[in-house]
Design a protein around this ligand. Structure first.
Ligand code: AMP
Ligand code: MG
Length: 493
């Protein structure tokens, strides 16, 4: 049974039930003359919403910020965080409004507007988000979901002519995001930095009870240190797996500040992210990241650094420093084992063996030296397994080196002794053909600026099944055009 109007949705609002200090209740600032540029029927299904509702005035009213979500409880949440390695103090939803939480067929989802006006946490910001960054967030979350990477989702993209000042004058948009929770590492840092362990306890209990009930040790029902350590362990493991996922698809987040780290291990807050075209171990996707703090090869160690900030916050509840450290020590092996198992699958190996390390390292070094296209280098390995070596070799300036490396891979496959067709099919199931390259997002943005959502629609359909070749869409699977190298993405959004 799906809801045929927003008022039929089942509201829950668990975050709103936390004490008043966790948030500020306030209405969004609606966009003027809003238009629905795109709505996502897949995400609607998650909250039990019939797709017919997406084209109604009621839907536009709520997701342009003009009307509250029926049964919801609109608010902005407070959090703090470390930005680029430096303590930034209080942050919070400076341009986002949580509309409410809805029970769907397979669990509850929070619905949040982004770009919906100023809040008490806006600091110097205007509370708005531009069309460009809203399209990028809308597309990226669905692309990551299609790849099988844990992520927040996107329900709707509403645009307007309201001017927003960035480097130039742009127009305002609102993207509606969905997540079981938008709690971040920085939500915990907020209370520990203020030395308010009671609030930290409330937040921790809320997160455990609602999202990690398996972390509760059987006891007398009272919160125990072990529960908190279990939570940190669960978050550590999920974050480690997420990093392995990002590395495996060549995704760079761009702003891995602690306020952008989901407590659920989801990809959160898409800003100057990038899927790599030409591979560089030290690729930096964010033009504002002049030090390269968040380069591709540093993402796992930055995640651990961020987990240390979370662990440090939880220290206010758990005096056992050694216990906390021991849990954080689980990150490295958890990441390595997840990374190796993904890489084994990408290489077409039956299982990872410790002596496979040089095979992988040498491929990455070769790709780096040749700036070979990340997505196509992996995808075309399956062609080589099927006897066609040139599609892969064509990606490398140093063709003999690429060929010599392929010989090593095929010799390794021979040791597994599995049928080539089976190996190739398995590889194509984990090495995507389509990713949201910057230039594809850029073309969708250009069309969106003139009110045309056709490219967004095409990309969503394609990226929903990124591992399956879809006839007629060759240009989306090709190398980027020359102008793609000139695209700069920065913190400006
Ligand atoms: P971000 O780097 O986008 O994750 O944002 C960091 C912090 O700045 C968060 O607290 C955001 O809510 C806030 N912020 C970013 N852009 C704006 C804006 N245009 N207006 C108000 N707050 C903003
Ligand atoms: Mg953020």
């Amino acid at each position: 049974m799906s809801a045929h109007s927003l008022s039929e949705l089942r509201a829950v609002n668990s975050f709103a039930a936390l004490p008043a200090v966790f948030h500020t209740r306030l209405a969004p600032q609606a966009l003027n003359n809003p238009r629905l540029l795109h709505a996502n029927a897949d995400a609607a299904r998650l909250i039990g919403l019939d797709p017919s509702v997406l084209s109604t005035p009621e839907f536009l009213g709520v997701f342009s910020g003009a009307q509250p979500l029926p049964g919801g409880d609109t608010l902005a949440a407070v959090y703090s965080g470390h930005q680029f390695g430096v303590w930034a103090g209080q942050l919070g939803d400076g341009r986002a409004h949580l509309l409410g939480e809805v029970e769907g067929p397979e669990g509850a989802w929070e619905l949040q507007l982004k770009g919906s006006g100023m809040t008490p946490y806006s600091r110097m910001g205007d509370g708005r988000a531009v069309l460009r960054s809203s399209v990028r967030e809308y597309l990226a979350s669905e692309a990551m979901h299609g790849l099988g990477v844990p992520t927040t989702r996107a329900l709707a993209l509403v645009v307007s002519d309201d001017p927003v000042m960035r480097e130039t004058v742009e127009t305002a948009a609102i993207v509606t995001r969905m997540s079981p929770s938008f709690v971040r590492f920085g939500s915990f840092e907020h209370w520990s930095s203020r030395r308010q362990p009671d609030q930290l306890r409330i937040l921790t209990d809320y997160v455990i009870d609602r999202y990690y009930p398996e972390c509760r040790e059987a006891g007398n029902g009272e919160p125990a240190d072990a529960d908190v350590l279990n939570l940190l362990r669960a978050v550590t493991r999920r974050t480690a797996r997420l990093m392995a996922d990002w590395q495996a698809v060549g995704f760079c987040h761009g702003v891995m500040n602690t306020d952008n780290m989901s407590i659920l291990g989801l990809t959160l807050d898409y800003g100057p992210y990038g899927f790599m075209d030409g591979f560089r171990l030290g690729h930096v996707c964010n033009h504002s990241d002049t030090e390269g703090r968040y380069s591709w090869n540093r993402q796992p160690s930055v995640a651990l650094w961020n987990l240390y900030r979370l662990g440090g916050s939880l220290h206010a509840l758990v005096p056992d420093v050694e216990g906390l450290r021991a849990v954080l020590d689980e990150f490295e092996p958890a990441f390595t084992s997840a990374f190796h198992s993904r890489m084994a699958a990408k290489l077409g190996l039956a299982a990872w063996r410790p002596d496979d390390e040089p095979l992988l390292d040498d491929l990455l070094k070769l790709m780096d030296a040749n700036q070979a296209d990340f997505t196509l280098s992996w995808r075309r390995l399956a062609d080589a397994v099927s006897g066609q070596r040139s599609p892969f070799e064509d990606l490398f300036i140093d063709r003999p080196a690429a060929s010599a490396w392929l010989d090593r891979l095929l010799a390794r496959h021979a040791q597994d002794g599995r049928p080539a067709a089976e190996v190739a099919a398995g590889m194509n199931g984990v090495n995507p053909l389509y990713v949201l390259r910057n230039h594809l997002a850029e073309e969708a943005i250009r069309a969106a600026k003139s009110g045309d959502a056709g490219e967004i629609d095409t990309l969503l359909k394609l990226l929903r099944n990124p591992y399956v070749e879809q006839p007629g869409h060759e240009k989306y699977a090709g190398l980027p055009p020359d102008w793609a190298g000139g695209i700069e993405v920065s913190c400006s959004s």
